[in-house]
Design a protein around this ligand. Structure first.
Ligand code: ZN
Ligand code: ZN
Length: 317
């Protein structure tokens, strides 16, 4: 049955636009489009499962007032079949694009022996996060920690997006202002300046919920030390900016909706994250780190003709 989570037609247009950006490697875009497709298909399969029931309204208010995010993975009721289906889909995409880990991983998932890889456990420990667990599994399975993280987060995202849809109304306009997601506690992976009021919103790397955050405050270390907050852009009219913090050496990319040539409702920060891959390279070059959860296009390769003549500015505004 179709519940409307198939790749939206807007998404096809977005990927066509990404293909026109000469600095993005074409195979990487094809790969990501397949991952997007699998994501929407997984949501479609999971939506009937009622994986999550939100707390009562009074409990929600209590949790939020204590700074406690509403959703956690262990509250979800998940059957292994749809999770495995999504995994198999992602694995076949990895295989198609030449990642050699797929066969090994599939064998471990199917295994009944001691080396069996439990997908639910993998997701839970990656989110907790438990680096020792990932390291142990990595050594035992001969799979890289990055690969295990990628799989865990790719499988977790549709679950968290569906759960977040259940609490979105409860969160609407709640004055949260923290540097983690009110819905699931996830870290921010992109920011935007909202067209209607110029507010800065952060988008969760896990459940895609967006919440308001100070414009002149680092969303990682909460520093408001203006001399340590800088930004880069390619040219002034560009809607994209790279914000960096010299207190914690983290960065976040931001899209100014007011400068985009499209209606705000059609802007998808996950797509703009891919469009601005050059900022990740610039940040990396300058020694700034992305967030710890698999933010955006980790693993992307450098294409040709990346813009390099950035203008640097002191102080965020
Ligand atoms: Zn979230
Ligand atoms: Zn910082």
């Amino acid at each position: 049955m179709n519940h409307g989570f198939e790749l939206p037609s807007r998404c096809h247009e977005d990927f066509e636009r990404l293909r026109t950006l000469e600095y993005l490697p074409k195979t990487h875009i094809d790969f990501l489009e397949c991952i997007f497709q699998a994501h929407y298909q997984a949501k479609d399969r999971l939506v009937e499962e009622k994986i999550y029931t939100p707390p009562a309204y009074s409990r929600v208010q209590e949790m939020l007032s204590q700074g406690e995010p509403l959703i956690s993975f262990d509250q979800m009721k998940i059957r292994i079949e749809p999770l495995r289906d999504h995994f198999m889909e992602v694995s076949s995409i990895l295989k198609k694009y030449g990642h050699s880990a797929s066969a090994r991983m599939e064998a471990l998932i199917r295994s009944e022996g001691a080396d069996r890889l439990d997908l639910e456990e993998l997701i839970c420990k990656t989110l907790s996060p438990d680096p020792d667990y990932l390291l142990r599994v990595s050594q035992r399975s001969e799979l890289e920690v990055n690969t295990l993280e990628f799989i865990a987060l790719t499988l977790a995202r549709p679950l968290f997006e569906l759960a977040a849809a259940e609490v979105k109304d409860l969160l609407a306009d709640y004055p949260w202002w923290k540097n983690y997601c009110p819905a699931c506690g996830g870290t921010p992976f992109m920011a935007k300046i909202r067209a209607e009021d110029g507010m800065r919103l952060l988008r969760c790397s896990l459940c895609a919920v967006e919440w308001k955050f100070d414009r002149v405050k680092c969303p990682f270390c909460n520093s408001e030390e203006q001399k340590n907050l800088k930004f880069f852009y390619y040219h002034e009219s560009s809607p994209y900016r790279l914000y960096v913090c010299d207190s914690c050496k983290r960065y976040i990319k931001c899209v100014d909706e007011r400068k985009m040539n499209q209606a705000p409702a059609t802007i998808d920060l996950a797509i703009e994250d891919i469009a601005t891959l050059y900022f990740d390279l610039l940040a990396h070059e300058r020694g700034y780190l992305p967030l710890s959860l698999l933010g955006g296009t980790a693993g992307g390769q450098q294409g040709e003709a990346f813009p390099t003549d950035f203008e640097k500015h002191d102080h965020w505004h």
